[in-house]
Structure formats: C-alpha cells, structure tokens
Design a protein around this ligand. Structure first.
Ligand code: BGC
Length: 739
C-alpha cells in the first residue's frame, strides 16, 4: 500500500493534528486558521462511546484507507525510512492517520523507563529507575507517577503512543530484558504495570502492554517455541497480563516474537482471541513486535490488528486477500474498528499532541523519589549504614565510572543521557549522576577519594587508608542478548573481595539489571541494590547511605545462590548461534525452529525455590530497613473477598515504611507450589507506632485455573495465610477453611 495522501497534503494535515507550528506566509499571528471540516463531524461528538465514534468514521473509509491503518511505515534505519523521515516523529514506528477526517497519525515511541532516542531527535527525556528497580517499591502510587511522567514526556516530544509496559515475568533471571519487566510474581508485576499504564494513558497517549507472551528469553527469540502447559500459562505469564490489562486498560497489546505452544505469538488464536478478547474482553488493538508478523490469513484470523514496523503482510497482500475474498469485509472491519476505537478511547482525537518542553526539574524530582523507594538494603552488619557524616573522616569511592555516572539498561529501552550524544545500539550508557559528587556533598568535611577499581591493588590500598569503602559495581544487560551467568562481569567480584579484605567496612552498591551472585557477601559490611537507577540515581543512593532516606524496598525477584539452582527448561534443537536475535523471517510459513519447554510450569521464582527446597541468597520480598518491625494479631475473615488483617509495629528508633506481605498456601489437592503472594500493604510508621492493616484478597488470587472447565476456580478446603516482611520471614500464620 502506498501512502494514500499526497505528501504536501499529509504534512499540512499532520501539522494541524499535532499543532506543530508551521510558519506560513499567509498566516499572521492574529489570523486563526479556519476550522477543519471534520471539526463538527458526527464522530466528533464526545458524548458517543469510542466504539460508536469509530463506527461512524469507518462508514467514510475506502479500502485503501482501512489498509493504511493496519500497518506501519518503517522506522528510522529500517524499511520505509524515507516515509518515516517525512512523517514519522523519529520514534520506533507510526501509522498513517486520516487527516481529512480528523484521525491523527499514531506516533509511537519506545518508553520503557523513559522516552527513547531523544538525543537522536534533538530532544531530552528523563530516565527513571529501571522497571524492575521501580517494582522493588511495590508501590502503586510510584507506578502511577512513573507512567504519568512518561506519558507527559511522550506528548511533549510529539508522540501519542508508548511502547512501554513490559510485564514478562522473570522465569529466567539471565534474560537480558529482565530490567524492563516487573519481576517474578504475576500479581505484583501485573498490579504495578497496570497502574503505570493507567496513569500513562491518562495523559492521552495510547498505552501498551508487552510482550504477549512467554517471551522469557532473548536467545533465539525469533525462532523459539515456548512450550508450557495451559494451566501454568494462565497462572503465571498470562496472569501478569490479565491483571495489567484489567487495572490499566491499555489500548494496545504488543504480541511477542516467539511462538507459544506451536503458533507464533502474533498469529496465536488461543492467546490473541480465546484469552485476550473472549475471556478478558480486551477491546483495544494488537500490534506485532517489530518484524514479529509471519502471515496474513492466519495472523488476521488469530487476532493481529496491526503489523509493525512495515507492511510485509498487512499492506498490499492484505488488500489482495480482501479483494480475493480470502479475508472477509467483516474481519477487516474488526481490525480497523479496534484501532480507531483505541484512538478515541485514549483521547488522541479529542486532545491532539502539542509539542512542548519537557519539565527537566520535575523529571529529576520524580526519578529521584522513585529510586529512593526502590533501593533495596540487602545486608547491614553491625549497623554499618547509615553512615554518620560527622564522625567519618575518610571515604574511598571505588568502581567503574563511580566518579561520573551510573549505568543504564540497553536495547530499545535505552534512554539517551542529556548532552546530545547519540549512543549506538548496545553500547554501555552511563547517566551523569555522579556517586563521587553526591557523596562529597553529603560529607563535606570528610576526605573523599576515588579509585576506578581497574587496578585491584590500588583500590584495596585506598580502602585500607579510609574509614569506609563504597564500591559501585555494575552488570550491564540489554535486549538482544541474555546473560551467560549471574556473576558480576569484569573482575568485579575480585575487586570487592580485595577491597573488603583491606577494609571490612565495605559497602557494595549494585547497579544491576537482574540478580547477581555474591561470592564476597560474607566479607563485606553492607550491600544495597540500586538497580539501573535513572537520572538522579547517585543522589538517591547517597540519601540512603547517609540515612536521609530510610530504605523500604523489597526484592521483586529471588537472588539465587548460583545458576545451578535455577530451573532448567528442556531445550530442543537450538539452531547454531541461537544467542541473540536472528534475521526476521518474512515468510507466510515461518515456523519456530527450536523449543524451550518450561517444565517448571507454575514454579516460577520463589515458588521454585520453595518447592524444590533450595536455599537462596536473598528471597523474593526481602529488604532491610534502618528500623525494625514486628507483626502480631493476625485475623482472617473469609467472604466475597477474604480479608486479612494484622498489627504492625515499628519497634526501632527511626521512622520507616514496611512492605507487609501476605501469602497463601492453597489446599493440598490443588497441587500448587507451597505458597503464593496474594496481597501486600505499604505502611509508614513513626518509631514505636503501631497500625492495624487490612488487606482484601481478590478471590482470583486464591484460585486455580481449571483447564477442563476453562475458567478460574476456588477450591473448597483449607487455606493457610502467612504474613510478614519477606517470602521467607512470615511470623504470622493462620489456617482457615473456605467453602
Ligand atoms: C522490541 C520491542 C520494541 C520494538 C520497537 C523490538 O525489537 O522487542 O520491545 O518496542 O523493537 O523498538
């Protein structure tokens, strides 16, 4: 399909729709442009539903205009780059609008932890902490702020659709994209991504949830068939999406590269139609991951609405299939309807994008606040932390780039740092948030010296002559490749050991995209996990290290003791060189060429370690505070939603916030893993203060997916509720019977 509008007309129409001021000699500042003809069209009536409005527009459309809505127009550096350069906004993709009817172009940008490619486009974006990092806050309000900030910055930069919203659960912690997701528990992950999407979409951008589904590794992602039994699929990977969609109501779902149980995710009738549309009543549109479309007839029937970023299948080939009667008018219209109704539902038509200047200071504040809620204190021997700025005379700051910046996650999630340089794909990007400077600012009278750690002996010597050594270590991860191991790369384990041997008052600050192993754990005094910490990471870390912020975050994923303890799915026939993405297949008959069978099934994350009785380094839900909390008085009241209430007391001497976690063990007949997270509450307490907290448990969270009945079922029997501060520290237990 060619672009159906003459270039000049398209450009003028685009300018009207996005309110980009295009200087025209005929227009004086006082001259108001005439109202477009569509301004009073029937579908501009806001009292009609998005579905009614979409139907009214559809009556006006030609076949070519309908086909235009079904595919992208290339992206910079890929496909119709020329079209993109003229009409696209520099993002990952765009869909033509129907300017003469008031339907805007859909301008898409990646926006996992901030808007992508801003430097390339001469713009600026805030980098928030990684999605995984922010998930450690277990905080729905932070998730909302996260989404709202990205939504605002997308609009400011001329985009009206996000490609963020990753929620693939951490089935394999070596997955290179773990930092883009929300951890290993479907209820936590789904709730957080849903809140992010809800608030992002409230800014009138189309929200997206991805990668649907079971895209749990990058290795061979275009060829892999993810094999998983239906019950496990529904209760793990799909449950995160189900909750995310129900909370966030995204207008778009991105189907993933891999196949699921034999059919590619973008032509999988079970996931796209049986589950997404029929069971979950999703009304938005499904777009393919970039190059993830493999067919016309099969994909269309299965429920794929929009091919990105090109039109290998959903352009002329689709049109011909309609003309030849292979795809019915009704099927075509359904796809078109979903795209149009989503544009109305998300507010794209009524509130067109207006480019503006990003609020840099507000972005810094939000990024720092979220990071402060996300830093997990993993170890704190003899209360080494918080550091006392008045008594410490000397501090050694050690580590790669610790004088200048903190590392970020790569791939399509990459946010560009300010300064206008344009990172190449898969380069390591450090944000200019300097640990050294932040710590000097906290302890202005101490002698603070820096060593890059490149020479272990020199770093150890500096540590030896300092009161405290703070070692910043990093693990870079990215889309496109998985980690070979969970060890810190580049000799950093040896660096930490040497520094700790020289000075046991060693604090380790982890900048990682997933779990790491810690062979030096017994040697060091304190460990904090700062994740990929965003634009203001160093300031947030310094606030935690010096006690201006009392850490409250909890791990959203297990940190295992070694790779040997991970589940080992069965891999059949990996193609040679399966590591990393391979050429995209543009072939109607493309099939996944190897399979990974997730035989651990329901046992994802802590459920695996619990069931297999494997000790871990740090359990799911774990995180220390500078104060202590005690739990008492558990009451469980069954009802339409079971209510779990308990008392929590700050038994220490500092104000603090505790994330109180509620788990349930299901009746033995269900054959579920030993326990699952079913709720939590974040409680702020002054020293000595107590509060009674009540957590309402959604009945679905106590249910099992019954494959034969094809629905969730609550099994009558004995349920044990457990409450406490981590998945392995649950002091309160109560068994009840639910009928
Ligand atoms: C990634 C998506 C991303 C898209 C567009 C793909 O390679 O898997 O997550 O949104 O590219 O950049």
């Amino acid at each position: 399909m060619k672009i159906s509008l003459p270039w000049r007309q398209s450009l003028t129409a685009l300018a009207i729709l996005t309110s980009i001021s295009v200087a025209s000699p005929a227009q004086s500042p006082r001259h108001k442009p005439a109202e477009p003809a569509w301004a009073h069209a029937a579908w501009m009536n806001k009292s009609l539903s998005p579905d009614e409005r979409a139907d009214l527009v559809m009556k006006q459309l030609t076949l070519d205009q309908k086909i235009d809505l079904l595919h992208g127009q290339g992206m910079p550096g890929w496909g119709k780059a020329k079209a993109n350069a003229y009409l696209g906004n520099g993002g990952a993709g765009f869909v033509l609008g129907i300017p003469e009817l008031g339907i805007p172009f859909i301008q898409m940008s990646d926006a996992a932890y901030g808007v992508r490619s801003s430097a390339m486009n001469g713009r600026y974006s805030t980098a928030l902490p990684s999605n995984l990092g922010a998930a450690a806050s277990w905080d729905t309000e932070s998730a909302c702020e996260y989404g709202a900030l990205i939504g605002r910055e997308l609009r400011a930069q001329g985009y009206n659709m996000t490609l963020g919203g990753g929620v693939n659960i951490t089935r394999e912690p070596r997955n290179g994209r773990t930092f883009e997701y929300q951890g290993e528990d479907p209820i936590l992950a789904g709730t957080l991504v849903g809140n992010r999407i809800k608030c992002e979409q409230a800014q009138h951008v189309i929200g997206d949830i991805k990668h649907f589904a079971v895209n749990d590794q990058e290795s061979g992602r275009n060829e892999v068939d993810s094999i998983i039994d239906k019950r496990s699929l529904r209760e793990t990977d799909l449950l995160a999406f189900e909750i995310g969609i129900s909370v966030g109501d995204p207008a778009a779902v991105m189907c993933s590269y891999n196949a699921i149980n034999g059919d590619y995710a973008c032509e999988n009738h079970y996931t796209l139609t049986d589950v997404l549309r029929n069971d979950w009543h999703f009304k938005g549109f499904v777009l393919s991951d970039w190059g993830g479309t493999h067919s016309v007839l099969k994909a269309s029937k299965a429920g794929l609405d929009n091919e990105q970023p090109e039109e290998n299948f959903y352009g002329d080939t689709y049109k011909k299939a309609v003309q030849d009667g292979k795809i019915s008018e009704a099927e075509l219209n359904e796809h078109v309807h979903r795209i149009l109704r989503s544009e109305f539902a998300a507010g794209l038509v009524d509130d067109p994008i207006r480019k503006s200047v990003v609020d840099v200071e507000a972005g810094f504040e939000t990024a720092q606040r979220i990071e402060e809620h996300s830093i997990v204190l993993l170890k704190n021997s003899s209360n080494l932390l918080p550091l006392d700025k008045d008594s410490i005379k000397s501090i050694a700051i050690i580590g790669d780039h610790a004088d200048m910046g903190m590392i970020s996650g790569g791939g399509s999630a990459q946010v560009d740092p300010p300064g206008g340089y344009n990172p190449v794909w898969l380069s390591h990007v450090w944000f200019p948030t300097s640990p050294l400077k932040s710590i000097i600012a906290k302890a202005p009278t101490a002698k603070v010296l820096f060593d890059s750690g490149a020479d272990t002996a020199s770093a150890a010597a500096l540590a030896k002559q300092s009161d405290v050594a703070i070692v910043f270590v990093n693990q870079w991860t990215s889309e496109g490749e998985d980690l070979k191991s969970l060890s810190l790369p580049n000799n950093q384990d040896a660096l930490i050991s040497a520094v700790a041997a020289a000075n046991p008052k060693t604090v380790v600050v982890l900048e990682t995209g997933t779990a790491v192993t810690m062979p030096w754990l017994d040697q060091v005094g304190a460990v904090t996990e700062a994740w990929y910490s965003g634009s203001k990471g160093a300031q947030a870390v310094a606030n935690v290290l010096f006690g201006d912020v009392n850490p409250s975050a909890k791990l959203p994923m297990t940190f295992p003791r070694s790779e040997a303890d991970l589940p080992h799915p069965t891999v059949v026939q990996p193609p040679p060189g399966a590591q990393g993405p391979s050429p995209v297949m543009h072939n109607e008959d493309a099939k996944a060429t190897f399979s990974v069978t997730y035989s651990e099934g329901l046992k994802v994350g802590y459920k695996w370690y619990d069931a297999e009785k494997k000790p871990v380094l740090f359990p799911f839900g774990f995180g220390l505070s500078y104060t202590t909390f005690t739990y008492s008085d558990l009451q469980v009241t069954p009802g339409s939603s079971t209510s779990v209430s308990f008392k929590i007391t700050n038994s220490g001497s500092r104000a603090g916030t505790e994330i109180a976690e509620v788990y349930a063990a299901l009746p033995a007949v269900t054959n579920e893993p030993p326990k699952r997270l079913v709720g939590w509450s974040k409680v702020k307490l002054a020293p000595g203060e107590s509060k009674t907290v009540s957590v309402a448990i959604d009945p679905k969270y106590l249910s099992v997916f019954d494959v034969a009945a094809d629905q969730w079922k609550l099994t009558p029997g004995g349920y044990t509720f457990m409450v406490g501060g981590s998945s392995q520290d649950l002091p309160l237990t109560k068994a009840i019977s639910i009928n």
